[in-house]
Write a protein that binds this ligand. Sequence first.
Ligand SMILES: Cc1cc2nc3c(=O)[nH]c(=O)nc-3n(C[C@H](O)[C@H](O)[C@H](O)COP(=O)(O)OP(=O)(O)OC[C@H]3O[C@@H](n4cnc5c(N)ncnc54)[C@H](O)[C@@H]3O)c2cc1C
Ligand code: SF4
Length: 446
Amino acid sequence: MEPASSVEIAQALAEQLPPLSANAAAVEADRCLYCYDAPCTHACPTHIDIPRFIKKIASRNLRGSAETIFASNLLGATCARVCPVQELCEGACVLGADHKPISIGRLQRYAMDYARDHRIYPSVKAAPSGLSVAVIGAGPAGLSCAGELAKLGHAVTIFEKRSLPGGLSTYGIIALREPVGVAIDEARMIEALGVEIRTGIEFGDNLTLAELQDNFDSIVIGVGLGRTPELGIEGEEAIVDGLELIEASKTCAESLKIGRNVIVIGAGNTAIDCATVARRLGADRVTMVYRRTDREMTCYEHEYDFARKEGIEFRFLTQPARVLLGGGLPVGLECLRVELGAPDASGRPSPNAVSGSEFVLHADQIVKAIGQQRPSLAKLLGLETKKSFIAVDDNFQTSVPGVNAIGDCIRATGAASTVMAVEDGKLAAAAIHRQFASLSTTAEDN
Ligand SMILES: Cc1cc2nc3c(=O)[nH]c(=O)nc-3n(C[C@H](O)[C@H](O)[C@H](O)COP(=O)(O)OP(=O)(O)OC[C@H]3O[C@@H](n4cnc5c(N)ncnc54)[C@H](O)[C@@H]3O)c2cc1C
Ligand code: SF4
């Protein structure tokens, strides 16, 4: 296991899709039918007026195109790169039935890159309201909410525990899809709207709820989820945490080491990302191990296809039982064969390990990517929960008055995604603004 140099990491994981040239963008924009009541706009969780922004690219009005995107989604640069467009906007494109759907994501990136290069920021038209909001967490949900509140004239401070803003856009989404710089530039744009981002401050550690309640008119929690949970198997201490592996690859950490024969436990999008990182950084063989079959995998179909094209192998109906160590390092994973039974609480067939079916898969590195722990803040603050996620009402209010929650930490059902976190932030900002307005009306009436 050799540590990769930062140059090697950057080259192997350079952004996969090149930007569109001006000519390619114009040709692609001209293919759009500019549908009335466009299905793509309905399919976008932030409801960007897609035909409108594409039409503005066709007429070379790139400022207008960027402003159209910003009106619905302040993090359009990130979303253009990471959205599962096949499942969302492009999946709904009417041209998809017989032709190739419009490359909405790449056109959006074209307009957003133009905005970044020409320092075009969303405009703040509202006068200062004199009201303030504390946002905990500078991930997509927190940044979106903070930016929208700033546009409405409120003073916003984000408290972020890490040294860089951006959440999983900075530390979790592999550089092939989104380089760190894109997320950082976007956070700087949110700051340009007047938002203060204070990094290195962990709520619950060096900041308390009482302090925030004393100093702010409303509080928003956008802390995402936690680390990778325990598998609970012997030798687990020798297993690498998938989120840490990806983070090391994104920050080009010199300490990043990749084995020659790597096993990734899990079959969601994060597991595929880990396998891709390992493969691109030199592993000869990468095998993904999953308890169920390809029918139950939680990764997107296009991610599964991508992984197979990368030469990643899959072992289905296989349950890890024990890490085999040699000199303290992994040499293999003892597994059990699995048979599927009746559906469990997840609605998928339950995986039942067959006793006596032990077999060994050899590996010199084992990575686990089996999801993220539920938000621990809920317990700390005594917030009501739903399936261990923070419970909120339709206006994103938690069970504690004046405390709202958004993003992955409330996503009790369905797949979490960046664009959904951005939409939560936008809707929560609007709800807080309405709440402020109703409070001032009540105060005037009295
Ligand atoms: C490996 C991986 C790959 C992914 N790939 C994609 C993809 O390709 N496309 C897609 O749409 N989605 C993807 N997702 C999902 C997407 O990244 C998330 O849905 C999105 O980032 C959620 O945003 P968030 O702001 O709710 O949380 P996060 O992005 O997790 O941000 C939460 C922020 O809160 C901070 N924080 C936490 N606790 C505290 C505290 N106590 N005090 C202060 N700050 C705190 C964290 O440091 C972090 O910055 C991926 C997720 C993972 C794990
Ligand atoms: S934000 Fe995402 S889903 Fe919406 S139009 Fe852009 S790429 Fe498509």
